[in-house]
Each structure stands twice: as C-alpha cells, then as structure tokens.
Ligand binder design. Structure first.
Ligand code: NAP
Length: 139
C-alpha cells in the first residue's frame, strides 16, 4: 500500500546542541566534519521532500530547490493532511523543535549525526522525540 515514508536528518553537538541565535551553533565552521555533514544532508535529501518551520526553511540555500520539494510548515497545518499530501514520497522533517514536537510520532527513521561541538546553544535535541512513535500516515 502506498504511504509516506517520514524521516529526519539532524545534526547535534556533543550534548545535544541544535541551534544558536536562529542558526546552527557551528555555522561557518569549515572543519571537515561540519562540511561533510552539510554535504551528506543535501546528498541524502536529493529527490525527496523537505518540510520545516519558516526559520529553518529561510536558511535553505537557493540551489537546494532545484532537486528536492521544499515546503514551509506552519502551526495551523494538520500534520496528517500534510503527510498524506506526499503519499509515495520520502519526506524529511527538518525542524525546528516545535515542529519535531508535533511530527516526531510520524518519523520512522532518524539519522542523527553527533558533531564534535562543545559550545553554547539555545535550542536542544530532545531524546523523547525518538520514543514518540506510533503514527504512520498510510494511503
Ligand atoms: N541542528 C539541526 O539539525 C537543526 C535543524 C533545523 C533547525 N535547527 C536550528 O533550530 C533553530 C530554528 O528553530 P525554530 O524553532 O526557531 O524555527 P522554525 O524552523 O521556524 O520552526 C518553528 C516554527 O515552525 C512553525 N510550525 C510549523 N508546524 C508547527 C506545528 N505543528 N506546531 C508548532 N509549530 C509549528 C511555527 O511557526 P508558526 O506558528 O509561525 O507557523 C514555529 O514557530 C535554529 O537555530 C536552527 O539553526 C537545527
């Protein structure tokens, strides 16, 4: 039966750091681990659907729109309706935290890259997202 396969690719620091001042905490770091993480994100999401909140989508570079479907999620959208719209596709839920709070139960596959970052953050990964499972939109 066709369904929407819902995934998440996320990068965190050593203690679960996710964001700082609206950006990635390690933004601009050109060391190989960080560069490889971004490259891998664009490689693995190619051809698929990327859904995320407005601030996260605002940070997506122009080139990324060429080879993936990108949609902004708003809090007035119904998650089931959003995901059913993409039946047959692989959908990546791109955050931020308020989005993962709601969409985590639909995520079947988590890809978490823990980067060697020990600095500050104002946005953190929540381990409870990983065990919030149970809802799978199916056509
Ligand atoms: N490390 C990573 O892998 C990673 C990935 C993504 C983001 N980040 C970081 O996270 C931070 C951005 O997160 P953010 O939360 O500020 O921005 P965001 O991407 O705009 O996400 C939050 C917004 O999404 C909207 N939203 C959509 N569907 C929702 C729902 N069902 N329930 C609640 N809200 C929903 C809400 O805006 P409305 O109410 O206006 O609709 C909410 O304010 C940045 O620092 C960014 O760099 C890190």
């Amino acid at each position: 039966m066709p369904r929407t396969l819902v995934k998440c690719m996320i990068a965190i620091g050593r203690s679960g750091q996710l964001g700082l001042n609206g950006h990635l905490p390690w933004e601009g770091n050109s060391e190989p681990d960080y560069v490889a993480d971004v490259a891998r994100f664009f490689e693995l999401t190619r051809g698929h659907v990327l859904l995320a909140g407005p601030r996260t989508i605002a940070a997506v570079p122009e080139f990324a729109y060429r080879d993936r479907t990108i949609q902004i999620l708003r809090s007035n959208m119904n998650p089931e309706q959003v995901l059913l719209h993409y039946i047959g596709r692989t959908v990546f839920i791109g955050g931020g935290p308020a989005v993962w709070d709601v969409y985590a139960p639909y995520i079947e596959h988590w890809d978490i890259n823990r980067l060697p970052y020990d600095g500050p953050a104002d946005t953190w990964f929540k381990p409870e997202w990983l065990i919030a499972g149970g809802k799978h939109p199916r056509g």
